[in-house]
Design a protein around this ligand. Structure first.
Ligand code: MLT
Length: 206
């Protein structure tokens, strides 16, 4: 069932917890697409999966862009605040542990997850960012002490230039986060290696 309240159309699937996976899809997908991945990555977790509210030629995404890889930062910042508000409301509505929210984002979803880390430190304590870019360069690094992040890049990804996840890694590390950047033998699409490494990282970083 798709829920349409709390500010975002979303799916919530109750697990045993205590962790909740905040699933953030890529451009053109929706709130249903990452549920199987979430279930595979952390079988006991609750799954919270919003649909991005921006439409680009009919394709949902989480914020506007001016061109491929060129973000409308003003819109990104506003949408990131909305997403943080949604997580807060969903945490209360579904009685979730706010200290156990783990983001799993792919592509556009990984980019807004990165923005959530930079603008709302503490909302997510662990994040798996699949094919992420640096969302924007903040004036000051936030305090991300205690936050753990896995960035999974594709070695031959034509959409995400390698400097961008590297700069994201550097920035998150300078902010006090524990960061791992892994490179998969893949393009922009997800591979089995992404899933296996994320599974292992989630098991080890709990
Ligand atoms: C973005 O716009 O967030 C990135 O270019 C990834 C994408 O959605 O294609």
């Amino acid at each position: 069932m798709t829920e349409s309240d709390l500010g975002f159309t979303h799916r919530f699937v109750r697990g045993q917890g205590p962790a909740t996976l905040l699933l953030l899809h890529g451009t053109g997908a929706n709130e249903n697409d990452l549920l199987p991945l979430g279930r595979a990555l952390l079988p006991e977790a609750h799954l919270l999966s919003p649909r991005g509210k921006v439409l680009e030629y009919g394709m949902p995404r989480f914020f506007r862009r001016l061109a491929e890889g060129v973000f409308d930062v003003e819109d990104l910042v506003a949408r990131t605040h909305e997403l943080a508000d949604f997580v807060d409301r969903a945490t209360k509505e579904y009685d979730l542990d706010p200290s156990r929210i783990v983001a799993v984002g792919y592509s556009n979803g990984a980019n807004i997850a990165g923005s959530l880390l930079l603008l709302h430190p503490g909302v997510i304590t662990r994040a798996v960012l699949l094919r992420a870019m640096l969302p924007f360069e903040p004036d000051q690094p936030p305090d991300l002490t205690g936050t753990r992040v896995l960035i999974s890049g594709g070695r031959v990804d034509p959409i995400t230039p390698a400097e961008s996840p590297k700069r994201l890694e550097e920035l998150l590390r300078a902010s006090g986060a524990d960061v791992e950047l892994q490179w998969q033998p893949a393009g922009h699409e997800l591979s089995q290696d992404d899933v296996e490494h994320a599974l292992q990282w989630l098991a080890e970083s709990d």
